[in-house]
Each structure stands twice: as C-alpha cells, then as structure tokens.
Design a protein around this ligand. Structure first.
Ligand SMILES: [Zn+2]
Length: 64
C-alpha cells in the first residue's frame, strides 16, 4: 500500500500537453491527477505511472 495522499501535489510535466506540447501542470489529489494546460486551456486527467525511466504520463479520453 502506498500512503494516502491527503494533500494535493503539483507536478510540472515538460511538454506534457497533448494538444500544444506546452509544459503541463498536473495536480494530484485524492481524486486522482488533474492536468490543466495554461497555454491552450486543454484539461484532462492524465494517468501517472512510475517506471524505471521515471514518471510516465498517459492520457485517456480528454472529453469529460
Ligand atoms: Zn496546451
């Protein structure tokens, strides 16, 4: 078990926006990660997976 994250955590994913490839700020809360691009306004819920190469970010459907 991983510890429960009760405090939101913020990450910056370099070139993480799937639309404009700007840096994507991602906030991880108890409800899961939530990313909002400040550049183009895209938002979605990235899947954050820890790999041997580091954090891997992937996206399901962007439509809510
Ligand atoms: Zn963007």
């Amino acid at each position: 078990m991983t510890e429960v994250q009760s405090t939101p955590r913020d990450f910056m994913i370099p070139e993480g926006c799937p639309v404009c490839e700007a840096d994507l700020p991602v906030r991880v809360t108890a409800n899961g990660p939530n990313g909002v691009c400040k550049h183009c306004g895209w938002f979605g819920r990235p899947l954050v997976t820890v790999t041997h190469q580091g954090l891997r970010i992937s996206f399901e459907g962007a439509q809510a």
